[in-house]
Ligand binder design. Structure first.
Ligand SMILES: CC(C)(COP(=O)(O)OP(=O)(O)OC[C@H]1O[C@@H](n2cnc3c(N)ncnc32)[C@H](O)[C@@H]1OP(=O)(O)O)[C@@H](O)C(=O)NCCC(=O)NCCS
Length: 151
């Protein structure tokens, strides 16, 4: 099972390296630092087999949460890291009183879409040609937090 912890100021170079391994348009250390320091930012790191191999960047504000980034290093994929990060995000959001979580994803990103759908995210809508390099539609997903399931 991956071990999940909150990232803190000082983790930005680690996060930037994970970004570069995962995305064609990686976020800079500067923009990552903003999420580490702003009160509404929630950044999680996953460790498996002694290595930090995944992360999630999100924002939680009042009753809404937004998943902004999630990635697992290629050699650690399909081992439950992404699901563990998403589960931890949902739990943190619930603890903070959020009611609804949102995310956007490239239409062709079948791995991420399959993860989100298997975790209960429902398709809410589509934004035509929303992404660049390459141009692609975005799908908007929503998750409603179920408080009756809380212990
Ligand atoms: C999406 C991503 C984070 C999934 O991470 P992961 O650690 O491999 O995910 P998990 O091992 O927890 O898999 C959870 C579920 O995701 C789905 N999934 C993961 N990889 C998949 C693939 N290659 N094809 C289809 N479904 C896939 C499956 O439903 C899987 O459940 P299962 O193992 O029971 O079949 C990873 O593929 C990734 O880093 N992609 C690049 C970055 C990205 O596109 N992020 C999303 C946009 S911000």
């Amino acid at each position: 099972m991956p071990d999940i912890r909150r990232a803190a100021t000082g983790d930005e170079s680690l996060l930037a390296a994970l970004e570069q391994a995962s995305f064609s348009d990686p976020w800079s250390e500067k923009s990552l630092r903003a999420y580490l320091s702003e009160p509404h930012g929630l950044v999680l790191l996953a460790r498996l087999e002694g290595k930090i191999c995944g992360y999630l960047v999100s924002s939680l504000l009042l009753e809404e949460g937004e998943l902004l980034r999630i990635a697992t290093l290629p050699s650690f994929r399909k081992k439950g890291v992404g699901r563990a990060l998403l589960t931890a995000f949902k739990e943190e959001a619930k603890r903070g009183g959020a009611k609804t979580l949102f995310l956007e994803v490239r239409k062709g990103n079948t791995a991420a879409r399959s993860l989100y759908e298997s975790e209960g995210f429902l398709l809410l809508g589509e934004r035509k040609s929303y992404y660049r390099d390459p141009t692609e539609d975005a799908l908007l997903y929503q998750y409603t937090i179920k408080y009756e399931e809380m212990q």
